[in-house]
Design a protein around this ligand. Structure first.
Ligand code: AHR
Length: 648
């Protein structure tokens, strides 16, 4: 056994066997020893549009397939009219078809043509939203669409919000349509609440109308932003108080095939001009939640933006869904690299350039003349380290470094914590002196315990680490208390090694009931409710109790506890985290601090190791808060995280 293995097995044995020491162990915070300055950006979040995290999730749009761009490429069962139904009322007969000649614009080629053919009554279209439309009594909803009269007498379209059973919940009438594409907007107030409402558009005149970009937004979005975010979901994300937010993915960034790489420029500007695209997780991205909205959300929640761009290569797992497509990793043709590199440089100008610059002016036009203060840029997402990757990564990296030395580039070292891509990725990082590399690992809880000293041995002269995606995957991939406590134990090592681990984010962040591509996730939700996993509370406790200086803690041997102490020099607070991953309680006392006689705030997360907070959990497990005296003896219950905050 080497030294690392011996230390690990001592730690594991101590966790499993030694808990329950008869007398209280003393946790001595070494305030006199030289402290270690650690990353101020350690704990953040990772957002990816996976499991309906964006469309149907955080993005507050209520109409699904609003621009008739769904296709079998997105999902084999879909077409341009998915989620839409023809409505024929009062004996009227009509039809609907999808056309693409003379569209609203080239990025948005499909639109619906509604024909009122015969009879009296009404012909129209109905949209079921994302598993139904949620309306709240008395609240206002902004409706808009683009339309043109193609044939027949110009008439007015009636816009109705109806319950599943047809009860009217709000309505408005648009002015007579013109013969060219025009936007029509109107506000509707909901007369009643409903979880499964529909939007119904009705025409009373014979003729043909073209319809596109049919949209319905609650006015109450997060921070009341137009084209904004679902307020309750955005708020629970904000409540984590993440230091940064990585976006837009994940595999979504480097895409399923070269034609599926995420291009940020397609996602800005008026929503009807953005280019929707297939989501690698087998659905559709409207890109309504695009780069402007990501930057704005980061600013709204006080998180540094960490955009990730593809390293000029697509995902190594490409080509398994679309028949006939090329399988495996590929690089953009080299003659396309100059324009791709320019796209990356333009992103930096979009975020930080003056409002007078080409791309800064587009940010200003969207309502944000001030820069977004971009500091970090991820290049690549857990790519296979192929010759194509090496060549393209270096080109992008060199160009960013030359033009924007102020930007910290984050490289990538493959999808796993060890192995060929990991080793080769680190070689690339060392050769190029990449400032930070992105490590990913989804592993069983036991792995996190056995690797409790992973970063103690990292060479401090090499790149720093961003653990961009990690999670303890428990039995049947459930977000149990056991997995959360394991993550907490591991996160104490991230603080201890906060001089080399610069950032870390649990992944994925969001998952919608009925549309889950990946499990576990940090937050589960449906249209009306949100479930915060126990792992969420661990992330929140660490992010809201982070520090900028790490202090050593000594304790008796084989206590079974894992500890970390940090000081937040901004507030002067001293924060101690105590994790007991074992099955028996451990008594402890705190020593070594001048605040000894003072009171402190204690947060405790504990319970049944197999507890899970799900949407159906009647009493979710949450941290308890109490005021304690530092001098008293305390218990770390089995399977627990305790955070003790001394000072403000
Ligand atoms: O977080 C889910 C997926 O896991 C990400 O898209 C990808 O980067 C990783 O494999």
């Amino acid at each position: 056994m080497n030294r690392k293995t011996i230390l690990c097995s001592i730690l594991l044995n101590s966790m499993i066997l030694a808990a329950g020491a008869e007398s209280a162990t003393t946790l001595t915070i070494q305030t006199d020893e030289p402290s270690k300055v650690i990353s101020p950006d350690l704990f953040g979040i990772f957002f990816e549009d996976i499991s309906y995290a964006a469309d149907g999730g955080l993005y507050a749009e209520l109409i699904q397939n609003r621009s008739f761009e769904y296709s079998p490429n997105d999902n084999k069962r879909w077409n341009s009219l998915t989620c839409w139904d023809l409505v024929q009322r009062g004996g009227a007969k009509g039809s609907v078809e999808v056309q693409d000649n003379a569209p609203l614009n080239a990025n948005n080629p499909h639109y619906a043509v509604l024909s009122f053919e015969s009879g009296a009554g009404e012909v129209g279209l109905q949209n079921i939203g994302f598993d139904g439309i949620v309306l709240k009594q008395g609240e206002k909803y902004d409706f808009s669409l683009f339309a043109k009269q193609l044939a027949g007498t110009p008439g007015s379209l009636q816009v109705r919000l109806e319950s599943k059973t047809g009860e009217l919940l709000g309505e408005a009438t648009l002015p007579p349509l013109k013969s060219g594409w025009q936007k029509y907007s109107i506000t509707i107030q909901a007369s009643n609440s409903a979880d499964s409402a529909r939007l119904v558009l009705l025409s009373r005149q014979k003729g043909k109308v073209a319809l596109d970009m049919v949209s319905l937004f609650p006015q109450k979005t997060f921070h009341n932003r137009p084209n904004g975010l679902r307020a309750d979901l955005a708020q629970v994300i904000a409540d984590i108080h993440p230091k940064f937010m990585r976006f837009p993915g994940g595999c979504l960034t480097h895409g399923d095939g070269l034609d599926n790489i995420y291009h940020w420029k397609n996602t800005i500007g008026p929503v009807e001009q953005r280019k929707a695209q297939r989501n690698t997780w087998r659905y559709h991205q409207t890109t309504g939640l695009g780069y402007f909205e990501y930057f704005q959300f980061c600013e709204d929640i006080g998180a540094k933006p960490v955009p990730v761009v593809a390293a000029g290569v697509c995902c190594q797992n490409s080509g398994h869904y679309i028949p006939g497509s090329i399988k495996g990793p590929q690089g953009l043709p080299m003659d396309q690299m100059p324009s791709y590199i320019q796209e990356v440089l333009d992103l930096i100008e979009y975020a930080n350039g003056p409002a007078s610059s080409v791309w800064g002016s587009k940010r200003a036009a969207a309502g944000h003349p001030q820069p977004f203060h971009l500091e970090y840029l991820g290049v690549g997402n857990e790519d296979a380290i192929t010759p194509a990757f090496r060549e393209r990564f270096k080109l992008i990296y060199d160009a960013v470094k030359a033009k924007h030395p102020e930007i910290t580039v984050i490289g990538t070292v493959g999808p796993f914590p060890t192995g060929r891509d990991f080793d080769e990725g680190w070689k690339v990082a060392n050769e190029l002196s990449v400032p930070i590399v992105d490590e990913h690992y989804y592993m069983p809880p036991q792995w996190f315990l056995s690797n409790f000293q992973r970063y103690d041995h990292y060479d401090r002269s090499h790149s720093k680490v961003y653990i961009g995606e990690y999670a303890a995957h428990d039995d049947r991939r459930r977000p149990t208390l056991r997995s959360a406590i394991t993550e907490a134990a591991y996160m104490t090592q991230l603080e201890r090694n906060g001089d080399v681990v610069h950032m870390a984010s649990y992944a994925p962040l969001l998952a919608k009931e009925g549309h889950i591509n990946w499990s576990p996730d940090l937050i589960y939700f449906n249209n009306t409710r949100v479930a915060l996993t126990i792992n969420y509370y661990v992330q929140q406790l660490f992010a809201t109790n982070s520090g900028d200086t790490w202090l050593p803690v000594t304790m008796g041997e084989n206590t079974g506890l894992v500890c970390s102490a940090v000081r937040d020099r901004r507030t002067g607070s001293l924060i101690l985290k105590i994790v007991n991953p074992g099955a028996t309680p451990v008594s402890y006392k705190i020593a070594g601090i001048k605040e000894g006689g003072k009171s402190a705030t204690k947060y405790l997360l504990t319970g049944d190791p197999m507890a899970v907070n799900e949407l159906s959990t009647p009493q979710p497990l949450i941290p308890t808060k109490s005021i304690i005296s530092i001098s008293s003896e305390m218990d770390a219950p089995p399977c627990s995280l305790t955070v003790i905050r001394i000072g403000s």
